[in-house]
Design a protein around this ligand. Structure first.
Ligand SMILES: [Ca+2]
Ligand SMILES: [Ca+2]
Length: 226
């Protein structure tokens, strides 16, 4: 979340949905927690079902009272031009690791998983993303991690998370990257066939407005039941 002129801009972007059109003012949906719902291959198992670790940074604390439910299950995007409030702020330099229970992410055709932040296009302009960046890492065992590079300080931000709007609001199965929005990642980029965990670490070199990553959800495009 934000303060200053850019924060006010974002607050204005929320306004239409505070008047009743979006998910921001609705209560969180509890993610599926039953054994059947989280069985590998079930729709609910396509989203993060556990927070393995979290370490918050300073500066922003929005959504922490709704952890971990706020980051589990499907995203609650607010479309091209507004940021969802269904998120937790990591704080500057914060990190969060999520897992998927019995499901794993495979390197299938195209993107394999999606990280949903609450980025949006300022004034609807795709060249002006309201971006809040995190470095994404993946792991098969929770011990050895491989990072998608994230060093850009101006758009396009490449394989950073936190710069594409989220269009999907609620469950959608299978996840379709273009329709769902968010930041899509392909395991082929880092040469891994299968992972079980995704870690997002806020870019500590970016702070203040557009400087702190907010996590909504993480979804699997190409799931496997190993
Ligand atoms: Ca792939
Ligand atoms: Ca930051």
């Amino acid at each position: 979340m934000h303060s200053g002129p850019t924060g006010r801009l974002r607050a204005l972007a929320f306004l239409p949905c505070l008047l009743g059109c979006g998910s921001a003012a609705e209560p969180d949906e509890a993610p599926g927690t039953g054994a059947d719902e989280l069985a590998c291959g079930a729709p609910a198992a396509r989203y993060a079902s556990e927070v393995v670790a979290v370490q918050y940074g300073p500066g922003q604390a929005f959504g922490r009272d709704r952890m971990p439910a706020v980051v589990l299950g499907p995203p609650h995007g607010a479309g091209c031009c507004a940021g969802s409030l269904d998120v937790v702020s990591l704080g500057n330099g914060g990190a969060i690791t999520v897992g998927f229970g019995p499901s794993a992410i495979a390197d299938g055709p195209g993107p394999d998983f999606i990280v949903f932040e609450n980025a949006f296009y300022v004034g609807g302009d795709p060249d002006a993303p309201f971006a809040e960046l995190a470095t994404v890492e993946v792991s098969a065992d929770g011990t050895t991690w491989t990072a998608f590079p994230c060093t850009a300080t101006a758009p396009p931000y490449g394989t950073c998370a936190g710069w594409h709007p989220v269009y999907q609001d609620g469950d959608g199965s299978p996840l379709e990257p273009e329709a769902a929005g968010g930041d899509a990642f392909d395991l082929a980029t880092v040469g891994l066939p299968l992972v079980r965990y995704v870690r997002m670490t806020d870019r500590a070199d970016l702070d203040g407005p557009q400087g702190v990553f907010d996590l909504d959800a993480v979804g699997i495009v190409n799931p496997v039941c190993p």
